[in-house]
Design a protein around this ligand. Structure first.
Ligand code: SF4
Length: 443
C-alpha cells in the first residue's frame, strides 16, 4: 500500500474541461509517470477514467467525453508497486479528489491511505467547505488538492504551510487550478496567482470565491525549486529557473574546483550547471545526452526498475570528455546509484578527473511531506561524509551546498529543508523512528 505521493493535479471549470485537463496532465507529466486519471461531470454523474503509465498510455483521449467540470491527476507510486486501484482521482460517486502530498498523521484515523482519509473527512461533513475546514483541523502534512462534487462544485486547497505549489488561472471562459503555472501558460491560459497557503478556492456556476481557512508559518518544499518543478515554472513569485542558476553560482563560489569542462546531468541540473559555469568561467558542455526513452529514475518505485533505466538513460559525448578534468553537476544525490554509474560512464570515456558538485545539501533524512525519499539507511549521505561518498561513487571529489547556501540561492526564507536538516516543520510532534516504521510497514 502506498502512502506517500508526489503528484501533479489539475481542476478545470470551462468549456472543453475534459480535454483541457487531459492536455494539462501531459504538461505536468514530470510530476508523475506511473498513472493518470480524470474525473468529469456528465448528466449529474461523476465519471472516472484512469490507467497506468504515461498520460497518453493511461488514458485514451478518444473515449473522453466533453464536460464543463473535471479534475485530473498524474502520480508516481512511491512506496508500493503502482497498481490501478491506487491511481487517482478517488471518487465515491458524490465527490472526487486529486491530491498531491502526504497526510503525515492519517494512520491515526484508521484509514488505509491518506487519500481515503481525506475522502472520509470531507464526505462526513455537511458540505464541501465544511469538509475542508474539518480536514485542516485534523490533518498534518502536505496537501494541495482539487475536489469536485456531483453538485458541480470545484474546490482547490493548499495546506496552511503551503508545502506543495498550486496555481489559479483563467482558461477559455472559465478557470483552471493546477500544480504549476507553466502548464496553464502552455495551454494558452493565464495564470492569475498562486493559491495562498491555507486558502480555499471555490468555483460554482462560473462564480469564484476564496477564503483563508487557516494560517500557519509557511514551509514551502525547497526540493520543488531544486528538482521537482519544471524550470519554466514560477512558484510563489520565485522563478524556478533563476533559483536553479543561483544554486549553481553559489556552488561555484563556495565549492569550486580546477577543471576543464562542466557537464550537467540533464534535465533539472542544466540551469544549475549554467550558473556554475558562468561563475567559475569553466566552459559548459553537453557531455551527457539524455535519451528519449528515459523516465526519471528517482521516481521509479523499485531499485531494479531504477537500475534498468539508468543504463539506457544517458549517452556520453566522448569528444568533450576525453583527457579532461570534468565537473559533473547534479541537483541532488539520494541513494548514490545513479551518480555512481554516471561517474563510471564518464571515466570509461576517458575523463582524467571527475569532480561531482551537487546543487543541494546532503539528503540525510526521509520526507514525510509528499516526496518519496528512501528510508534513512538507504540515503547515502545519512552516515557518510563527502570523502566516503566520493569513494563510493568513484569520483575524485564531491561537494554539496550547505542549507544556508541553498536558502540564499532560492531567495526565500520560508522553506522546508527537513530532508537536509532533520527539522520537520509539522503541526504535531512525532516519534520519527515510529513514523518511519509506520511508513515502512505499509510499503
Ligand atoms: S522534507 Fe525535503 S522533500 Fe520533503 S517537503 Fe521538506 S524539503 Fe521537500
Amino acid at each position: 500500500m502506498k502512502i506517500k505521493e508526489h503528484c501533479g493535479i489539475v481542476g478545470v471549470y470551462a468549456d472543453n474541461s475534459t480535454f483541457i485537463t487531459y492536455e494539462s496532465l501531459k504538461l505536468l507529466q514530470h510530476r508523475g509517470q506511473e498513472s493518470a486519471g480524470i474525473t468529469y461531470l456528465k448528466d449529474n454523474r461523476l465519471v472516472t477514467v484512469k490507467g497506468l503509465g504515461l498520460v497518453e498510455e493511461a488514458l485514451d483521449s478518444r473515449l473522453l467525453v466533453n464536460a464543463k467540470l473535471s479534475i485530473g491527476h498524474v502520480r508516481y507510486s512511491t512506496t508500493g508497486k503502482g497498481s490501478l486501484d491506487e491511481a487517482q482521482p478517488l471518487s465515491n460517486g458524490d465527490i472526487a479528489i486529486a491530491f498531491n502530498g502526504t497526510i503525515t498523521n492519517y494512520y491515526k484515523f484508521g484509514t488505509n491511505t491518506d487519500t481515503e482519509f481525506i475522502m472520509k473527512v470531507i464526505s462526513e461533513a455537511s458540505n464541501i467547505k465544511e469538509g475542508i475546514r474539518r480536514l485542516v483541523d485534523l490533518a498534518d502534512g502536505a496537501y494541495s488538492l482539487v475536489i469536485m462534487t456531483k453538485k458541480g462544485e470545484l474546490v482547490g486547497f493548499r495546506d496552511p504551510k503551503g508545502f506543495r505549489p498550486l496555481v489559479l488561472g483563467k482558461i477559455n471562459d472559465g478557470y483552471i487550478i493546477a500544480s504549476e503555472d507553466s502548464a496553464i501558460r502552455q495551454l494558452g491560459g493565464k495564470p492569475l496567482r498562486d493559491v495562498k497557503p491555507g486558502e480555499m478556492i471555490y468555483i460554482k456556476d462560473g462564480v469564484i470565491e476564496s477564503e483563508i481557512i487557516s494560517r500557519d508559518k509557511v514551509s514551502f518544499c525547497s526540493f520543488e525549486y531544486i528538482y521537482f518543478a519544471r524550470s519554466d515554472s514560477i512558484i510563489d513569485n520565485v522563478p524556478v529557473y533563476n533559483a536553479r542558476v543561483r544554486l549553481g553560482e553559489i556552488l561555484a563560489e563556495n565549492h569550486g574546483v580546477d577543471a576543464d569542462v562542466v557537464i550537467p546531468v540533464p534535465e533539472s541540473s542544466i540551469p544549475i550547471a549554467i550558473g556554475f559555469s558562468r561563475k567559475s568561467k569553466i566552459p559548459l558542455e553537453y557531455g551527457l545526452v539524455r535519451t528519449l526513452v528515459a523516465k526519471r529514475s528517482f521516481i521509479m518505485p523499485t531499485q531494479d526498475k531504477r537500475n534498468a533505466i539508468i543504463e539506457e538513460k544517458f549517452g556520453v559525448v566522448r569528444s568533450v570528455i576525453e583527457g579532461k578534468r570534468v565537473v559533473i553537476i547534479d541537483d541532488s544525490i539520494v541513494r548514490g546509484n545513479t551518480m555512481k554509474k554516471i561517474v563510471k560512464m564518464v571515466k570509461d570515456n576517458g575523463a582524467k578527473e571527475v569532480h561531482v558538485r551537487v546543487g543541494s545539501p546532503k539528503v540525510k533524512y526521509p520526507c514525510y511531506m509528499g516526496i518519496d525519499f528512501p528510508l534513512t539507511k538507504e540515503l547515502i549521505a545519512n552516515d557518510k561524509d563527502e570523502k566516503q561518498i566520493a569513494e563510493y561513487i568513484g569520483a575524485d571529489s564531491v561537494e554539496y551546498l550547505t542549507v544556508e547556501e541553498m536558502v540564499k540561492a532560492i531567495g526565500r526564507e520560508d522553506l522546508c529543508h527537513a530532508c537536509f536538516s532533520g527539522i520537520y516543520p509539522l503541526k504535531f510532534s512525532y516519534d520519527f523512528r515510529h513514523l518511519e516504521s509506520v511508513f515502512k510497514k505499509v510499503s
